[in-house]
Design a protein around this ligand. Sequence first.
Ligand SMILES: Nc1ncnc2c1ncn2[C@@H]1O[C@H](COP(=O)(O)OP(=O)(O)OP(=O)(O)O)[C@@H](O)[C@H]1O
Length: 285
Amino acid sequence: MHPFSHPSCADAHGSAAGLAPSPRRVYAEAMKPSAPAGAAIEIRGLGVRRGRRAVIEHLDLLVQAGRVTGLLGPSGCGKSTLMRTVVGAQAGVSGSVRVLGEPAGSRGLRRRVAYATQAASVYDDLTVRQNLRAFASAVGAPRDDPERVVALVGLESEASRRVDALSGGQRNRVSLAAALLGSPELLVLDEPTVGLDPVLRAELWELFHRLADGGTTLLVSSHVMDEALRCDDLLLMREGRILTHTTPGALMRHTGTEDPESAFLAVIAADAEGPARPDGEGRTP
Ligand SMILES: Nc1ncnc2c1ncn2[C@@H]1O[C@H](COP(=O)(O)OP(=O)(O)OP(=O)(O)O)[C@@H](O)[C@H]1O
């Protein structure tokens, strides 16, 4: 994996065959995102145990290639665990997790997948440029790639500064820049916009979409529900489950709410209405 490193079907809700669809089924069908061909991440029957706890159980998920998929949910719901699983860095995993057509964590994915963790993994006693040169060499990125990625994350004026002299948000952007080295096909970014002001946050989301337009797949976590509106596809997660896999537009339309926070609450309420039916009418494509 890249040094950073590169280091669902959600619930089923439906009516019995031959009967008019229930409101819950209509809701579930409407919440399905558009499904362009090609899944970058395919997860079947995932379970993850951390210590004695089952943190994720029976999770199925397809993440479409070339899109920005947001993974949103409250603190402790399992976002980081799911991301670590996708990059092959999580122990205690059962089920099938395939990434770009290969088992998660395979050697063949080393340079194709990049992961930026919540805590910036950079050398404090090196400058931004020195950090990026070191990581570029580790992943076999082109020689001029450090300058390219520094510009992408808007850190040109800090490139000669030591990382320990940077703010928390700037350090995180160094980490993000490192993940961009070598132009990986899948970027897994754990809360990349934490600690950033609104302008920088908006710029980073623009960057994510530019990368996706160029064919990169991005899985981006956040616990700030407002960021949901910036994603192409949305995964709303709670207590180790994907409650729904949708798009921002469909989420707002079908919950009839005016803000993502209320929409999330509406999804939780709908989920609590009844048990899922194992009839394949899931919300995930
Ligand atoms: N090392 C660990 N050992 C045992 N349980 C853990 C460990 N790390 C996390 N957990 C538990 O796993 C669950 C999921 O944690 P995870 O870090 O994946 O959540 P998260 O949604 O990313 O949270 P946050 O937004 O706060 O980062 C939590 O209940 C947490 O307590």
